[in-house]
Design a protein. Structure first.
Length: 259
């Protein structure tokens, strides 16, 4: 995708860091347990999932986040979305976000697809009038018209994800956060998803994409952020970020090829 002119800063991360705890007892050997006779609470080891991460994203940019599993990519996305709060630093947003992260989160299994569309769109701030105007488009894109009055819990996993993708991509938020959800459904539906993302980018939206699929990253993103052991190692053209990732560990080359 050709480079697009970037506008004002819509997202800024300044020294972002977040730490978690792991249960040390899970890693203790049987011999150590027998010798030390540990019967009290398990020890906790602290680790930083992200540390000192700083960058800016401007309106209209398409940014891909690259890195091996466990390097903090999805954690960073959740901090930007407001799901997690950093222990250090801060994230500033001057525009709303449409989070394509956990697509089926928030849906009620007991409600029908029809009811869930209104529920989820409303939760994300879409006015009732706009939901009514876009209802048919949401349903047809998700390919669930024959199951509109079926409880969501009876949907297949593919149908659930399709409906989630269709609802979230109808939001008017300027910034789109995507976490490993573009390759949903069969090949035909995946191409529909790619087409929808391209439409949003052509309309001037800002994309922040986390993916292990190199083809998706090269297809949509001009810029890449390479995370290594929780730190931002490269911020530059997507090709440079991918090259750094490959050099760090060639065995972890992302799936997919250039499209």
């Amino acid at each position: 995708m050709p480079a697009r002119p970037a506008g004002a800063v819509v997202l800024e991360a300044q020294g972002v860091g977040i730490r978690f705890h792991r249960n040390r007892r899970k890693r203790m050997q049987l011999r150590e347990l027998l010798i030390k006779g540990r019967t009290g609470p398990p020890g906790r080891e602290e680790f930083w999932a992200l540390r000192d991460v700083s960058f800016q994203v401007r309106a209209g940019e398409a940014v891909g986040v690259v890195g091996a599993n466990g390097t903090g990519k999805s954690t960073l996305l959740k901090i930007i979305a407001g799901v997690l709060i950093p222990d250090e630093g801060r994230v500033s947003l001057t525009a709303g976000v449409a989070p394509l992260i956990e697509l089926t989160g928030g849906f009620s299994g007991e409600l029908t697809a029809r009811e869930n569309i209104h529920l989820m769109a409303g939760i994300h701030g879409l006015p009732k009038r706009v939901v009514a105007e876009r209802f048919d488009e949401i349903v047809d894109f998700a390919e669930v018209r024959d199951s509109l009055d079926t409880p969501f819990r009876h949907f297949s996993s593919g149908m659930k994800v399709r409906l989630g993708f269709s609802v979230i991509t109808q939001l008017d938020e300027p910034v789109i956060l995507v976490d490993e959800v573009l390759a949903v459904g069969d090949r035909v539906f995946r191409e529909k998803c790619y087409g929808r993302i391209e439409e949003l980018l052509a309309a001037g939206r800002t994309l922040f994409l986390v993916s292990h699929n190199e083809g998706d990253l090269e297809r949509f993103c001009e810029r890449g952020l390479y995370l290594h052991q929780g730190r931002l190692a490269v911020d530059g053209p997507i090709e440079k970020a991918l090259a750094a990732y490959h050099e760090a560990d060639p065995r972890k080359r992302p799936r997919g090829g250039r499209r």
